[in-house]
Each structure stands twice: as C-alpha cells, then as structure tokens.
Ligand binder design. Structure first.
Ligand SMILES: [Fe+2]
Length: 237
C-alpha cells in the first residue's frame, strides 16, 4: 500500500546553479525556461518505483563484477556510508548506483577517447541497496584523474559518480564523491560550482577503521537526501 508524505522543501543554497559559466557545457545545456513540476501525486509516492530483485551478488564489487582474466589494476578501495533522510534517519533499501573511470582515468564509453588504457577487467559500474541502517558498501579501485577539455589543462579530480533513489520518487539524487586532499579540487569548476558552504559534503573521509588490513583503503561517504545538511546534487531542480 502506498501512502503520501509531504517533503520538506529543498535547501537550494546547497546546490550548484543550473548554469555556471566556468563549467562550460552548463551554458549550453542548463535550462533557460521554468521547469515543469513533477505531478504532486507522483512526487509523494512512497512505494518503490523499481524492482529490488535485479541486484546481483557481485554488483557492489567493481573489482570482480567485470573481471575476465584477473583483478583490475589500481589502488583497491572500499567506499561505505549511510543514506539518511532529512531527520537523520536511515533510508532503508535505497538503490545506490555508482559509475567511475578506471585507475588510469578512462571510462568504458565510446565518447571517452582519452589516451589512457582501458582495463579489460574493469567496467566501472556497480549498484547495491542500503541495509536496515541505511548503510551501503562498494569495493572498487580509486579512479584516476582525467582531462576533459573544459578549459586549458583542465583535469577532473578523482571522483565517483553516485545516483540514489530513496523511499520517495522525488528523493532521487545524482552527485559525485571526491577524495580528501585532492589538489585538483581547487581548479575544478564542477566542484567549485557547488556553493562553498556545502562543498565539504562532497568529499569522502579516509577511515582507518573502514580500511581492510592487507586489502583495501577505506573511505566513508554519507549521503543526506533532504534537509539542511543535504548532499549537493546535480539533477535539475
Ligand atoms: Fe566523471
């Protein structure tokens, strides 16, 4: 049975603008007309709009889910965190999807012609569901920086793309997770396009506790779908 719940309005001061001239392609694709609101009934729909049974046992492990003849090259990492709602409560059974470049900074995508090697054992995509405490966990390799042509000598910081679906249809979040101490953050118009007060929410924290001995470095990235601490997102308002 579905029920309706009214969501708190978004804190738009935490999110990047549609059009941020330093991030050149936003000038071309940012909407210039008022958006059409999602129909109220759909916005408040609490029932999941996707199936849960399609998640495979290796979908959360990018070091194994596309392996053909060995492990992917790169620095193995584990990324975990909690998905929380506007009151800090765990969002259970949220669908969390990630995609990323390989350790050399190359995506498996025809548009990516960066002169860096593809890895036959790495696809760069994974998904999982949060548990009863709102927790998710991925195993992967640290993505490399890559050039992107936005401006002379433009390089994206190491990052992992995230997409989430919470309990409500409107609780969709698309964002990027960064790594602490990355010198490219200061030069990246996508990261800088997020209001300064909210930028730290996009940077994961290194954790020795999460680090698995002799296996993988650990990073924690919590995601808040709504409210004053909500994670900055990329999707249209
Ligand atoms: Fe990317």
């Amino acid at each position: 049975m579905s029920e309706t719940v009214t969501l708190r309005p978004r804190d738009w001061d935490s999110h990047p603008p549609y059009i941020y001239p330093d991030y050149k392609s936003t000038v071309l694709r940012g909407p210039t007309k008022p958006l059409l609101p999602i129909k109220e009934r759909l916005r408040q729909l609490r029932a999941p709009v996707y199936g849960h049974d399609a998640i495979g046992p290796l979908d959360h492990d990018l070091t194994r889910n596309a392996a053909k003849n060995g492990a992917p090259l790169g620095e193995r990492i584990v990324v975990t965190g909690r998905v929380l709602d506007e009151r800090g409560r765990p969002v259970r059974h949220a669908l969390v999807e990630i995609w990323q470049a390989n350790a050399a900074g190359r995506y498996v995508h025809k548009v990516d012609q960066h002169e860096a090697p593809l890895d036959p054992n790495f696809l760069g995509a994974g998904r999982t569901l949060t548990d009863n405490e709102g927790r998710y966990k991925f195993y992967t390799v640290k993505p490399g920086a890559y050039p992107w042509g936005n401006h002379p000598n433009a390089w994206r910081p190491n990052h992992i793309h995230f997409s989430l679906f919470g309990e409500y249809f409107a609780s969709r979040l698309v964002t990027q997770m960064y790594f602490p101490g990355d010198p490219l953050l200061a030069h990246d118009p996508i990261f800088q396009g997020t209001p300064e007060r909210a930028r730290d929410r996009l940077i994961s924290k290194f954790s020795l506790e999460v680090t698995e001995p002799d296996f993988a470095l650990g990073y924690v990235f919590d995601i808040v779908l709504r409210g004053p601490n909500e994670t900055p997102m990329e999707t249209p308002r």
